[in-house]
Design a protein. Structure first.
Length: 138
């Protein structure tokens, strides 16, 4: 049998390192302003969300996993943004992206949702309009 305390001592530092390195600040420039022609939300996603949401680290729903995201989308846009901003379970507040604005994070969330079954109906219209061309660029 595995001792839960030993498991936590072994994996907690590994998980925290992944979160700090992969989900934290990028190098140089502001979070979303580097790539003028980038798909809205893509730069922030690649710099601050990718390592956790591509691998499923800390229980993060993987980008593209329609079933995992559908369950979350049913809670609505406001609940998804609250989780993004404040954290929940294994998700740290703001995904540890301290330099990201709320708008940067909203665009990154929208980017992931579009690749994972679509935006919830409760997505603010102005944000949905900015994101609507994402599918055409893929």
């Amino acid at each position: 049998m595995h001792d839960p305390a030993s498991f936590r001592r072994l994996w907690l530092p590994v998980l925290l390192t992944i979160l700090a390195v992969g989900c934290g600040e990028g190098t140089g420039g502001d979070a979303a302003g580097e790539a003028v022609d980038a798909v809205p939300g893509e730069v922030v996603y690649l710099r601050s969300c990718y390592s956790c949401h591509a691998s499923g680290a800390a229980g993060a729903p993987r980008t593209g996993d329609v079933q995992a995201w559908q369950a979350r989308s049913e809670r609505g846009w406001d609940a998804l943004m609250a989780t993004t901003l404040n954290g929940r379970r294994g998700m740290p507040a703001r995904g540890l992206c301290r330099q990201c604005s709320d708008e940067d994070l909203a665009l990154a969330l929208g980017y992931m949702l579009q690749r994972s079954g679509g935006l919830p109906e409760s997505t603010p219209a102005d944000l949905a309009a900015r994101l609507e061309n994402n599918s055409a660029r893929d």
